[in-house]
Design a protein around this ligand. Structure first.
Ligand code: IMP
Length: 181
């Protein structure tokens, strides 16, 4: 079954635009972390596409890890408030520079929890790299160091971003057509 052809009311960023912007962010990260033991952390599931594109452009001798912030309870979990954090096995945090890779920062609550999590585990530093930033919707103070694109108060899908777990596989980003809400 295919997704509806009119699932997006507007395409915001094409694959080419995303790839170009990701390369620019990777160049900055390459420069900023050339002397540090960087661990790049993919937040599941939404950031997967952005994460792989970013990793392909990093020249650093870095590690890659996965984390999920949700109410789901699985292996290797730690609960902070009402958010459960699940992470990949043997994930060394203490003393490491951590770069959290996000698909989108909206209210900022998820990133705030992740920030606290890594700080509590005594990382050396922690920063955020997000493909999209809905700055106008922020409820807590979170300022990603690396931002792909700032967007308005619109619900977007594609390139890893979902609506009820669907449409992550669309290879570009657009606004969800209201008739499917
Ligand atoms: P926050 O904690 O409010 O910043 O929420 C971040 C999470 O909300 C993201 O990682 C997404 O999973 C989800 N989210 C927020 N806005 C959108 C959107 O426009 N499309 C798809 N997911 C979204």
């Amino acid at each position: 079954m295919n997704y509806p052809v009119d699932i997006m009311s507007e395409v915001l960023f094409t694959e080419e635009q995303i790839a170009k912007r990701t390369k620019e962010l990777a160049q900055r990260i390459n420069e900023d972390y050339k002397d540090s033991p960087l661990t790049v952390v993919c937040t599941l599931k939404g950031a997967v596409f952005f994460f792989t594109e970013l990793m392909k452009n990093l020249k650093l001798d870095c590690r890659l890890e996965f984390i999920k912030a949700s109410s789901y309870i699985g292996n290797t979990t730690m609960t902070l408030g009402n958010v459960t954090i699940s992470r990949s096995m043997n994930f060394e945090i203490q003393g490491r520079d951590i770069l959290i890779v996000e698909d989108i920062v909206d209210t900022g609550h998820t990133c705030a929890k992740l920030f606290d999590y890594f700080k509590n585990q005594k990382c050396h530093s922690v920063q955020i790299c997000t493909l999209l930033d809905k700055k106008s919707r922020r409820q807590v103070e979170i300022n990603p160091k690396y931002i792909g694109f700032e967007i308005g108060n619109q619900f977007v899908i594609g390139y890893g971003l979902d609506y009820n777990e669907a449409y992550r596989n669309i290879p570009y980003i657009g606004i969800l057509n209201e008739k499917y809400l």
